[in-house]
Design a binder for this molecule. Structure first.
Ligand SMILES: Nc1ncnc2c1ncn2[C@@H]1O[C@H](COP(=O)(O)OP(=O)(O)OP(=O)(O)O)[C@@H](O)[C@H]1O
Length: 291
């Protein structure tokens, strides 16, 4: 008996027939998949499979050649992301992202980085006038809220002690956590993370898993991540979508995908007729034979 998956029963994002061409190169080819509300969904695939291009389409950095990206918010509003400018994807549709290469303001403190992320609501509260500078009207309240939110995320990411240090002085793993804190300060419903475990040591990777599971459980935020580290993918994902050459080759639970011969072939580069043999070898390696 199969139980209903959240990505089918309550998707926050439906990607439908997404195609992205760069001149003659088809980076993403007629791709459809769903992201379940409250799920951790992993987008995996070999280098050049089109994963970052999918992220760039979802977050408004690229306009897709064709296709639809429908984001349905908790309140019921649906936004077609392919029609929105990138700042509206973040502000209105409530989609936040981090990048493959860390993009923090290295010379600013951690706290300042998290306040800059909340620049837009603060500007709105100032009424775009001198009232904001003078701290009159709702601005002071919003400013306090922004600082409280920043401190909350510094605490959640274990960075409170470094709040007043320049972000550029942080070790690599801490910078990755600060990027996530910055994205969370924008109050997203969907958090898109591009290789959050890249360059992390095993301890930092375990801390990252804990942080992401906490965000999902306590904040009710749906997470879509691109990740090459299979220990992260298999440990925290509810749903895995596999791309190869811009096309979806597998879609299901981590266990389904791990056992899919097309995935094994794509990752290990073996011929179809060798897949069964490789699958058996993998079972031996992971101690799953004879069950
Ligand atoms: N702006 C662009 N202009 C031209 N080609 C691009 C552009 N962005 C991506 N591509 C090409 O699209 C294909 C998919 O690239 P993409 O970065 O999306 O793959 P990926 O799966 O994220 O790879 P990786 O795991 O190495 O980051 C590649 O062939 C890449 O060279």
């Amino acid at each position: 008996m199969t139980t209903a998956n959240r990505w089918d029963s309550d998707p926050i994002l439906a990607v439908e027939h997404l195609t992205m061409r760069f001149g003659g190169l088809v980076a993403v080819n007629d791709l459809s998949f769903k992201v379940g509300r409250g799920d951790v969904t992993a987008l995996i695939g070999p280098n050049g499979a089109g994963k970052t291009t999918v992220f760039n389409c979802i977050t408004g950095f690229y306009k897709p050649t064709t296709g639809m990206l429908a984001l349905k918010q908790k309140g019921g509003d649906t936004h077609l992301l392919e029609r929105m400018a990138d700042f509206k994807v973040s502000q209105i549709a409530k989609v936040a992202r981090t990048f493959q290469n860390i993009r923090l303001f290295g010379g600013m403190t951690l706290l300042e980085n998290l306040l800059v992320a909340q620049h837009n609501p603060l500007m709105m509260a100032s009424g775009m006038t001198i009232l904001g500078v003078l701290g009159i009207g709702g601005y002071k309240v919003k400013e306090r809220e922004a600082i409280d939110r920043a401190r909350y995320w510094l605490d959640k990411t274990g960075l409170t002690a470094r709040a007043d240090d320049p972000a550029g002085d942080l070790p690599y793993g801490a910078q990755r956590r600060l990027e996530i804190a910055r994205a969370m300060c924008t109050g997203p419903e969907l958090l898109c993370l591009d290789e959050p475990a890249a360059g992390l040591n095993p301890r930092e990777s375990a801390e990252l898993n804990e942080l992401l599971l906490g965000i999902r459980a306590k904040e009710g935020v749906s997470i879509l991540l691109i990740e090459h580290d299979m220990s992260v993918v298999m440990e925290i994902s509810d749903h895995v979508v596999v791309l190869e050459y811009g096309t979806k080759i597998s879609d299901g639970t981590p266990a389904d995908v791990k056992a899919d011969p097309r995935v094994i072939a794509a990752y290990l580069g073996v011929d179809d007729e060798e897949v069964e043999k490789v699958e058996h070898q993998l079972d031996v390696l992971t101690g799953e034979t004879g069950q």
